[in-house]
Design a protein around this ligand. Structure first.
Ligand SMILES: [Zn+2]
Length: 165
């Protein structure tokens, strides 16, 4: 299938960075984008990473970093001045966009660490293949929304159909 060429070519900066875990072990990863406030990293298993870690950008430069979003093979981190209290696990939410043709929600594959991070996803690739109309939709963070909060077990809506009158 033919799709529109990217309107915004990405810089390919092929740099290696190192994630330093709490136990001192090092995970190598590729830097795929760099901005003043943070970086985007290519990593093998984003879900196994802690929310915060020290990121070594060179032998002399390292920054305390916090994961803002994760996809299947990338993370976006922001640099912090100091460690912060980690977000609640339950706050993790998927980012959705709306298909302009069908009006249906489309998962972008991006999961936020907490809901407040929605305005920090500027480093994310902004093209998503639509499962409804099969087109590739370009989008910006202001087009995106969060999936509804996950159901709390035991508080699911009741089926009223069997209730006595
Ligand atoms: Zn669509």
């Amino acid at each position: 299938m033919m799709t529109e060429k990217r309107k915004f070519p990405r810089r390919n900066i092929d740099l290696e960075a190192q994630i330093e875990m709490a136990d001192g072990s090092i995970l190598r990863c590729d830097l795929s984008d760099l901005s003043q406030g943070g970086v985007r990293l290519k990593v093998r298993h984003p879900d196994t990473l802690p929310e915060q870690f020290r990121l070594k950008l060179s032998s002399r430069l390292n920054r305390w970093s916090r994961i803002v979003w994760r996809t299947a093979d990338e993370i976006g981190v922001e640099f912090l001045a100091a460690p912060q209290a980690p977000a609640e696990e339950a706050e993790r939410r998927s980012v959705l966009i709306k298909c302009p043709s069908t009006g249906k929600n489309i998962p972008t594959g991006i999961r936020l660490t907490c809901a407040d991070d929605l305005n920090k996803i500027t480093l994310v690739r902004r093209f998503t293949q639509c499962p409804h109309c099969k087109a590739v939709h370009g989008w910006v963070p202001s087009d995106a929304a969060l999936e509804p909060a996950p159901h709390v077990p035991g508080l699911a809506p009741q089926d009223h159909s069997g209730w006595p009158a």
